[in-house]
Design a protein. Structure first.
Ligand code: FES
Length: 122
């Protein structure tokens, strides 16, 4: 069975028809060629696949694309550019927080969500 998913990805409206069991990360990587979001464990443990779904960090390996229908998704590609890094990307770079780089997009998306949801500590 196929489903048609309509959603906003990085500010652009997209529509794709895919198998019903397609996960959000598969939709992003394989149908939309947004390969900055990675799959590490595929079992909701590592966070490499983290994106923002309606403003909150989610592990996109365990969200069905159909569940994201009508939603707003932001991926690592949607937060900055090589010549205009998001402040969190710049902070990771400045603090050598990149490690091997595979999980870094997920860590950055998680860190942005954490900062947005955590009250200022003075
Ligand atoms: Fe590890 Fe999704 S790939 S949590």
């Amino acid at each position: 069975m196929s489903v048609t998913v309509n959603l906003s990805v990085n500010g652009k409206q997209v529509s794709r028809t895919c198998p019903a069991q397609t996960t959000l990360v598969e939709l992003l990587r394989e149908h939309l060629s947004l390969t900055g979001t990675h799959v590490g464990c595929d079992t909701t443990q590592c966070g490499a696949c983290t994106v923002h779904l309606n403003g909150k960090a989610v592990k996109s390996c365990t969200v069905l694309a159909a569940q994201a229908d009508g939603s707003e998704v932001i991926t690592i590609e949607g937060i900055g550019a090589p010549d205009a890094l998001h402040p969190m990307q710049a902070a990771f770079k400045a603090c050598h927080g990149l490690q091997c780089g595979f999980c870094t997009p997920g860590m950055i998306m998680t860190a942005i969500d954490l900062v947005q949801r955590t009250p200022q500590l003075d």
